[in-house]
Design a protein around this ligand. Structure first.
Ligand code: CMC
Length: 391
């Protein structure tokens, strides 16, 4: 058994080589294909970032137009999908539906199953990026008992998502550009984060040659866990529990006594400001201002917590900074998106990261099936005992 290195949680093991994303946790820096996330958030948009993550380079104007056109062309899901949805309970969690429906795409688009054909792989990537927002909005509408909204392809990716979520039938829905930009930024900031648990899950599932829709469904299942995709939900729950600014000192006492954590602070890799959080904070300020919510009690409470934590020696000494989830939960709430949809939105944004990693792995001629070993801790060899002789 001494043959294997024991590294639970992969704290010291690189599971693969990858040319997609680089994180410098000490410096608080994140790069997609070498480009700093700050520059992409400021100057790029989500679909251009998708192109970059998948193909490795920023597109030319023509490539970008083609990419957007192709993604837009695939936004519809097969109409039979609506019947698939009707099999779910009314009160099903949107993530439960996401896992099932995304996996079911492999039953609808069977040409995608030929993963050795690069053309088919490409179409599958387009289909996933295009259809996941449609499916995500369907999950929300179904859980509310509302009719599904078809995609409107004259809208941008983020605007179309808001339209599918919130437009009432026959309405000429015009999403607010500040809110559209904020959502596009949330998508961009969550697009990839190298070998996190769900991306590693997608790689491991894909290493057997499983079809990409099934692999992404596995990634969504992993993301559903509270230690991964659920942190921004936890921030909102914490704000509800604290209730008002008056209760902040008592809450902070509890944090220092280790009764509870300040959710949305701290990160395993970033021991400096999470660069995504710095961008999200600005977006958060813009959105609250645009919606006139600066004085809303919940948002005032969030800002009071942030201010205290940034100045308090407990947090400074431990290098605990706000992470992206502290602000994204607040922005999503301001956009009227219910907490049960937060992880769905994370999954939507991360789909491109998952599929880029899957494609990178499948394209590698040296790819091997992922097959970790273990240190066996069970019983040594022993002989079978007939049932009547067992004590
Ligand atoms: N509130 C209060 N104290 C904290 C917090 C917090 N949020 N995070 C860490 N600490 C303390 C911890 O108690 C420890 O103190 P001491 O040295 O006195 O024992 C010290 O800081 C170091 O913490 P750690 O547990 O060694 O750090 P870690 O790298 O194992 O944990 C973490 C990282 C993200 C799990 C943790 O910071 C945490 O639970 N944060 C709150 C939950 C959260 O916001 N999670 C979202 C992470 S970002 C998601 C993503 O990028 O996908």
């Amino acid at each position: 058994t001494g043959m294997f290195t024991y590294d639970p949680g992969f704290l010291a093991t690189a599971s693969c080589e990858s040319a997609i994303t680089f994180i410098d946790g000490d410096q608080g820096q994140l790069y997609y294909r070498g480009y700093p996330i700050e520059q992409l958030a400021e100057h790029s948009d989500y679909l251009e970032t998708c192109y970059l993550l998948i193909f490795g380079e920023l597109p030319t104007a023509e490539q970008k137009a083609d990419f957007v056109k192709t993604v837009t062309r695939h936004t519809m899901v097969h109409d039979q999908m609506t019947r698939f949805f009707q099999g779910f309970r009314r009160d099903a969690h949107p993530m439960a539906m996401m896992v099932g429906v995304t996996g079911a795409l492999s039953a609808f688009y069977q040409d995608s199953l030929d993963i050795n054909n690069p053309r088919h792989r490409e179409v599958t990537m387009y289909r996933l990026i295009s259809k996941i927002p449609t499916i995500a909005a369907m999950c929300y509408r179904y859980s509310k008992g509302l009719p599904f909204n078809y995609p409107k392809n004259d809208l941008s990716y983020a605007a179309n998502f808001l339209q599918m979520m919130f437009a009432t039938p026959c309405e000429d829905y015009k999403p607010n550009p500040v809110l559209v930009r904020a959502l596009d930024r949330i998508f961009t900031l969550h697009a990839d984060h190298e070998q996190n648990a769900s991306t590693s899950t997608v790689r491991l599932a894909g290493s057997s040659g499983a079809n990409p829709f099934a692999c992404i469904a596995a990634g969504i299942a992993c993301l559903w866990g509270p230690s991964h995709g659920g942190a921004n939900e936890a921030v909102l729950k914490m704000l509800d529990e604290i209730g008002s600014v008056d209760n902040v000192p008592a809450f902070m006492e509890g944090v220092k006594n280790k009764t509870h954590k300040l959710m949305g602070f701290g990160h395993r890799v970033y021991k400096n400001m999470d660069p995504r959080a710095a961008i999200m904070k600005k977006t958060c300020d813009d959105v609250l201002k645009e919606l006139g919510l600066e004085n809303d009690p919940k948002f005032k409470l969030a800002m009071a917590l942030e201010k205290i934590a940034l100045e308090d020696p407990y947090f400074i000494e431990r290098k605990l900074y706000p992470n992206v989830d502290f602000y994204s939960g607040i922005v999503l709430t301001a956009l009227n998106i219910p907490v049960s949809m937060f992880t769905v939105i994370f999954a939507l944004a991360r789909t491109v990261g998952w599929i880029s990693h899957w494609n990178e792995m499948i394209s590698d001629p040296g790819m091997k099936i992922g097959r970790p070993r273990q240190l066996y801790t069970g019983s040594p060899r022993r002989d079978y005992v007939p049932v009547e002789k067992r004590k």
